[in-house]
Write a protein that binds this ligand. Sequence first.
Ligand code: SAM
Ligand code: SF4
Length: 337
Amino acid sequence: MIDKFSRKIDYLRVSVTDRCNLRCVYCMPEQGIIHKQPADILSFEQIYKIVKAAAALGVEKVRITGGEPLVRKDLPLLIRKLRTIDGLKEICLTTNGVYLSDYASALKEAGLDRINVSLDSLNPERFREITRGGSLEAALKGIDAALEAGLSALKINAVLLKDFNSDEVIDFAFLTKARPLQVRFIEYMPTGVNHFSYDKSFFSAQTAKAICGGLGELIPLDSCQTGPAEIFKIKGFSGTLGFISPISRPFCGSCNKLRLTSDGRLRNCLHSAKTIDLKKALYGDNPEVILSGLIAQAIELKPKAHNLSQEGPGRGDFSDYASAAEAENFSMCQIGG
Ligand code: SAM
Ligand code: SF4
């Protein structure tokens, strides 16, 4: 599907839960969020039907996300089911890695292609602080288990936070020296729940790139540039580095994504609250036809660009939220990043 700004839309992120075993300071409020009712969460069968309809329209890549996707029971069953969909070329997962050692081989066996692990500090104390209680050891064990299971094209995603982990850019870059990993630095994005810390914590991925340049020549790998990241390799290193700059170098012009929330709402921009309810279509007559029409509508309405330069809480297009309070409660864990 090509949208009206000539972007090919072929990537669907699927949030399977709004629950999480961590409380990352930039993502969730300390007290957590108000969760959706279990009855509102899509079943695996419903997710399958929606992904199948999206694949029939040209979606080739699906990323399973959350909250934390591995808190959803029996996730490998979903992967196995999605694997049977014609036209779907790639199934990936984004996880905080804490439960990954228990599931890595079952996920690989079920047909998962790739994993991204979110890891914002290599220091156990800091990791605990940033995740409000998480174990770095468990996340690292998860990474090892994924590599052992053969999920080798693994990416590590670190959200950059000034005066918190920005001094770890070099340590992260060194992870790629001997191992064929990709470490990606992601700019902190404002949401409803984090606007208090956003302005003082933003750290540009372009600055991280300059810091990495101090370790050796940064060789651009244009052939790897399929997503929002600019990819480089430090000369002599085995792995690669990615720099994702939604704020300092927005990539909306090449955005190929749709997002499905865990309660069945299709979102055509991470930073817009406008959603289309797909769940209703699953209960009516001709669900395939109705789903196809609604997905096409979401693509048709996909905005040209986000609006994150606006000041204050509720940056982006929040006009569709029911109330200001709801806009202020907007958290990335409800959508899956
Ligand atoms: N729990 C899983 C994880 O942490 O990987 C999946 C869901 S999480 C919402 C997906 C991604 O969004 C993570 O890489 C996380 O670091 C990122 N994220 C969350 N809040 C963010 C923010 N305000 N700015 C930038 N990235 C954010
Ligand atoms: Fe949970 Fe992921 Fe959000 Fe951290 S970033 S609180 S792990 S959903």
